[in-house]
Design a protein. Structure first.
Length: 369
């Protein structure tokens, strides 16, 4: 089918992928959910590998070739069904080496339309693993909550990178839990994030990741943010075609300052700084669009407060530019979609608000000790 949709539903073990992939398929016309592990074991036998243990013994080169060959097998199903959902992984444990290894085809080769990340809370995953082990439905590895959070973040980032690299859709499905049961999910519940990304080169992506290195000194991080801010000007124009003569810039104090300084390096328009208190010193032009710049959006409460506090006379489109947005802010973004466009280099699924060496503002100003 030329208009068929084929998605991998990924997340770490215990997040509920098998159940949800079936729910997604049932919620669509002509949908099919495939339990990937069952199909993979059959594939390995045809390749002369009898057990998962034997597969984990092969070298990385052979492993990559087998995973890519398996990925190509789904062309057949894609041509038969309108919606296809596979429960999959970006990484899995290698039971032989004890390492976490790549589980996704290296290149998409135009087969999958995208990846949907199933975002389940760590406590929910822990509970799910315990239930499976108690009922003996599956034998799952026991992990601490911190380990679950860490693995979930790595899975999410790997899925995002894969989608950006292969120019395919990246979706998020928040897996809510109520009264001891996962809430039933539909395909329409998936939020695809591609519209929010700014165009980025490999160089920009590299700088984006570099900023999260906790070993960077405050001065090095400031210089890096300034450099990224300079890159964002062309990316923003490329996406919006909005020239600087048509907008005014508002920087979020502290964490947004150095990105903004790079962004306005060759800018001759109006520039303001939004502070926690006393913001009576700037007056927006009602005939120019507003660009708000921050480093990281966690819940998005501050952005929402700013937008809702603007005078009624200001009715121009607002653009928010930041480096990273937490998926916790998606509901807030949806509530403002009639007046605000959000733009970023990446997303995050961190459960906890970063503190200490993880807090961007504190790292920029050397107050994270």
């Amino acid at each position: 089918m030329d208009n068929s949709k084929f998605y991998y539903l990924v997340g770490i073990e215990g997040s509920g992928k098998t159940t949800v992939s079936k729910q997604l398929a049932k919620s669509t016309d002509d949908g099919l959910a495939i339990q990937t592990s069952t199909r993979f074991f059959s594939f390995l036998k045809r390749e002369g590998i009898d057990t998962l243990f034997d597969f984990n013994l092969v070298d990385n080169n052979t492993r990559e070739k087998l995973v890519n060959k398996f990925h190509l097998e789904f062309i057949r199903e894609k041509n038969k069904y309108k919606h296809l959902f596979l429960d999959g992984h970006m990484y899995v444990d290698n039971s032989v080496t004890g390492e976490r290894v790549n589980a996704m085809a290296t290149n998409n080769n135009g087969i999958s339309n995208g990846i949907i990340y199933l975002n389940s809370f760590s406590k929910t995953i822990e509970s799910n693993i315990n239930k499976d082990n108690t009922s003996k439905i599956r034998n799952r590895k026991i992990r601490s909550l911190n380990e679950i959070k860490d693995l979930s973040e790595k899975e999410f980032q790997a899925a995002e990178d894969y989608c950006i690299k292969n120019d395919i859709q990246f979706g998020v499905l928040n897996h809510t839990y109520s009264d001891g049961e996962f809430m039933k999910k539909k395909y329409s519940d998936v939020v695809f994030l591609n519209e929010y990304y700014l165009p980025q080169t490999l160089k920009t992506r590299s700088l984006y990741y570099e900023q999260f290195d906790s070993k960077l000194s405050p001065s090095a991080l400031r210089r890096l943010h300034h450099k990224i801010g300079e890159f964002l000007v062309d990316a923003f124009y490329s996406k919006t075609k909005l020239g600087q003569e048509n907008y005014q810039v508002l920087s979020m104090d502290r964490s947004g300052n150095y990105i903004s300084n790079g962004f306005i390096n060759n800018y001759n328009g109006s520039f303001y700084t939004y502070k926690k208190y006393n913001n009576d010193d700037f007056h927006l032009y009602n005939d120019k669009k507003l660009v708000i710049i921050d480093s990281v959006i966690d819940s998005g409460k501050t952005i929402k407060t700013i937008v809702e506090s603007l005078p009624e006379s200001y009715r121009m489109k607002i653009h928010v530019i930041c480096l990273s947005i937490n998926v916790k802010a998606l509901n807030m973004m949806h509530s403002l979609k009639h007046k605000v466009s959000f733009h970023c280099l990446g997303f995050s699924n961190k459960e906890d608000r970063p503190t200490g060496k993880g807090d961007m503002g504190a790292r920029l100003y050397g107050t994270h000790h």
